[in-house]
Design a protein around this ligand. Sequence first.
Ligand SMILES: *Cc1c(COP(=O)(O)O)cnc(C)c1O
Length: 351
Amino acid sequence: MPQPRDDVRLMAGYHSPLVDVAVRLNVNESPWPPPAGWRHELAAAVASLDAHRYPDREATGLRRALGDLHGVGADQIFCANGSNEVIQSVLLAYGGHGRTAVVFDPTYELHAHIARITGTAVVRGERGLRFELDLGEVRRVAADALADVVFLCSPNNPTGRADTLDEISEVVSVAPGLVVVDEAYGQFAPQTALELLPGEERVVVLRTFSKTWSMAALRLGYLVGAPEIVAALERVALPYHLDALKQAAGRVAIAYQADMHRRVAAIVAERERLMGALGDLAVDLWPSDANFILFRPRTSDAGQVWQGLVDRSVLVRDVSTRPRLEGCLRVTVGTPEENDAFVAALKEVTK
Ligand SMILES: *Cc1c(COP(=O)(O)O)cnc(C)c1O
């Protein structure tokens, strides 16, 4: 058999276990779909689609709509198939052989994983005791490594808290290269790094339609940043990588922004209710600015609790093998009924 690259041969894939259960709270999806109006408008767009023609290669309409949403030009928006593909494009253009990316654990594993796939060296720093950014550590790691790309995640997955704008600005001042702020959960947070963009040309912000916009099935994400950076990303993207359906789905979604914010508010209310219910159980909890909660069962091992929940048809994410997260699980905030089912199951498993 032909052999893949040595480093690829040794790589583990990245995936959440697929288990058939009634209550799926493992990948931070929205518990509710987009509104019926979105579905109807999208169906109309599909009905009039010129399927025999390549899509708009520049995704003009979608990028203009996203630019308007954030008060920037279309030339400051780069769209791709999920923000994971944005991350890949960033690393193809700014990482690669001989270059270094820095992450601060515990954080979103795909930043380091995609870096390695693109041949980028990965240097790992650590967050502080309460998972806040530790600026001494950032200085030590990002500056010493001469980081070409620094990844931040705010709110941070899987720990939950958002970094402050002061902290992010400090990182920019000590890190020499590109600073990527992954805001997959940005609409849940009290502030956004988008506010830093006008003065900080080395900062780019990632957003996705997978979580708050309830469109995980569509695979659409984007970056906001300086036009020169967007132009570099376009150079490494495949021609016509963004299909016409996806462009239409995103364009139509933006018209339903108010519905999105209502869903976010409903999820926040549910998160606070769930936090209260978990407070009565034998688990340690971390505060969250997102649609998930990190918790650590006090009475039994994380693997046993995870399996006990699966046996009761509830799936959460086992993050206990990640650095600094021994014994921890992560639950996505679901519908009120799903959250009740989760709490009832967890009560049985941890009693
Ligand atoms: C879910 C998530 C993403 C989303 O990736 P998509 O490819 O857009 O679905 C990106 N970053 C973080 C931190 C996430 O949690």
